[in-house]
Ligand binder design. Structure first.
Ligand SMILES: *Cc1c(COP(=O)(O)O)cnc(C)c1O
Ligand code: SF4
Length: 336
């Protein structure tokens, strides 16, 4: 077992990595030795949804390669500005399912709590790229109202902290949220959906690990990684540390040119498992305005996951899912 070394993990502070994220397209191109990128288009697209990539993630991109699978996930492209029929700003109908600011309650027994206004990284394909995070940034009073809602809905056994990325919040804030949830008897499980352990692995610091270790709730962390190049040794170390205190799963999005081939998905799931992480969902792209160029036809996705299942043990094959507005769960897509 690889033991976490505090010295390696906490050499630089994650807050610094967050605040020093690259947000300027020209700077990113210089950083990556890219010369021919269309900066005018990039700047136009980033006015709709800002370019944002922390350096620890950018440093895993191959220099001089405009097709790098990590670069493609964050680079604003002119194609985002084209309107496509059926690609909406709120594809999952989340506004309709929000009984309370910051709360999305669609499925039985579990509720999403969106407490944090930002993510560490802006993924171009994000289904919440048009989500009004600023309006949903919870102050203490609104948190209290959210907790009251959860308290009254006794069917809720699981609270999912989701994105914006909940780990953008400080450990102190998280600890307060956890304490409030622990006080609600029917809440048994805490789930955290986060990309931060992948993007800025330093975020998995001692304070966060001990918070997970000490809570009376059962804990699950669902990270989000789409390509094995995202997982360098510092990410593996962070994931391994998390694995020692809770269950760790991964969800990925199937993305054209990024991971839409058998080899990429095989490598991803093997690499994750080496760090103790099991695959959970492989999502078909949500049809959000601005992301159509990442979309893969469902039939191709089925064929691909079928090939994957011929390649890997069953537990390393993610469930292929689609999200349909109004449905009672994610829609599982059969591969046979
Ligand atoms: C995806 C999602 C969940 C979690 O669903 P699981 O299938 O349990 O992972 C819960 N609430 C909402 C609104 C979701 O979109
Ligand atoms: S980290 Fe997740 S929520 Fe944040 S931009 Fe990326 S896909 Fe969207």
């Amino acid at each position: 077992m690889i033991l976490r070394s505090a010295a390696t993990l906490q050499a630089s502070s994650w807050q610094k990595d967050l605040s020093e994220a690259i947000t300027d397209s020209k700077e990113l191109c210089r950083h990556l030795n890219l010369t021919d990128q269309d900066l005018i288009q990039a700047n136009m697209a980033s006015q709709q949804f800002a370019l944002k990539v922390p350096r620890p993630f950018a440093n895993r991109m191959e220099k001089g390669n405009p097709k790098d699978p990590l670069f493609l996930q964050i680079w604003p492209q002119g194609q985002e500005l084209t309107t496509q029929i059926n690609y909406l700003t709120d594809p999952l109908g989340e506004k309709a399912a929000s009984p309370q600011v910051g709360v999305i309650h669609k499925y039985h027994g579990r509720v999403l709590l969106i407490g944090s206004p930002t993510c560490a990284i802006n993924c171009r394909y994000c289904f919440r790229r048009h989500y009004p995070y600023e309006e949903n940034m919870l102050n203490t009073e609104q948190y209290q109202a959210a907790f009251n809602y959860i308290q009254q809905e006794t069917s809720i056994a699981e609270v999912i902290l989701s994105g914006g990325d909940p780990l953008v919040s400080s450990n102190k804030r998280l600890a307060w949220v956890v304490t409030q949830l622990e006080a609600i008897p029917h809440v048994k499980r805490l789930r955290i959906h986060t990309r931060l352990p992948i993007v800025i692995p330093n975020r998995v610091d001692d304070g966060f690990l001990s918070l997970l270790q000490q809570t009376t709730l059962q804990t699950v962390i669902v990270v989000h990684s789409n390509h094995s190049n995202e997982i360098d040794s510092s990410v593996s170390t962070a994931l391994t540390a998390l694995r020692q205190v809770c269950t760790v799963l991964n969800q990925a999005v199937l993305l054209k040119q990024v991971n839409d081939n058998k080899q990429a998905l095989t490598n991803l799931n093997i690499k994750l498992f080496e760090a103790g992480v099991l695959p959970y969902y492989l999502h078909l792209l949500d049809k959000v305005h601005g992301a159509a160029h990442f979309d893969i036809p469902e039939a191709d996705a089925i064929a691909l996951v079928k090939e994957l299942s011929h390649q890997l043990p069953g537990y390393l094959v993610p469930k292929l899912v689609r999200e349909d507005a109004g449905a009672k769960s994610k829609t599982l897509i059969a591969i046979n």
